[in-house]
Design a protein around this ligand. Structure first.
Ligand code: FEO
Length: 167
């Protein structure tokens, strides 16, 4: 397998940072929900934290298979405060849409560079983003239906508690 081109290597290093930054935001959101006694959401978000770490390590492992060149960058401080459970998940959806855009940019680059193997890797992330955006959009939709109803929020929180694994 040929080594990564410098452009793809830089893009994958950037994406590792995107995934780790996303993980860190999920961890912050989980802590907020836990403190707000929304344990279902806290559990869901903690599992998503693990999933984002797995997305980052998958990229690190892939770079190792293609000649290396991993260069970890500083992870920005995540937001520390959120307004409400709906606010958290509106941000989740927005963040995931931005991650999808970043994946698409790397896919485009892999096409320009005629790196077919990297296109295959990015295809995995493209599919993953379909799931991630879908689940975030579903939760946002449930929360919009719940509106200001405390009972509605607790029902959504209980539903989020059903998630048992990352992925
Ligand atoms: Fe790794 Fe949620 O994107």
């Amino acid at each position: 397998m040929p080594q990564l081109s410098p452009k793809i290597r830089d893009a994958l290093n950037q994406q590792i940072n995107v995934e780790l930054s996303s993980a860190y935001r999920y961890l912050a959101m989980s802590a907020y929900c836990s403190e707000a006694n929304l344990q279902g959401a806290a559990t869901w978000l903690r599992l998503q934290w693990q999933e984002e770490l797995a997305h980052a390590t998958k990229l690190i492992d892939y770079m190792g298979d293609r000649g290396g060149g991993v260069s970890l960058k500083a992870v920005p401080q995540p937001p520390g405060a959120f307004q409400s459970l709906p606010d958290v998940f509106e941000k989740v959806l927005h963040d995931e849409q931005e991650v999808t855009a970043a994946i698409y940019r790397i896919y485009d680059l892999a096409m320009q560079e005629k790196d077919y193997a990297a296109q295959g890797l990015m295809q995995w992330y493209v599919q993953e983003q379909v799931e991630e955006e879908n689940s975030a959009a579903e939760i946002v939709s449930m929360l919009r239906m719940a509106g200001d109803s405390a009972a509605g929020l607790l029902i959504v929180d209980r539903r989020l508690a059903e998630r048992t694994a990352a992925g």
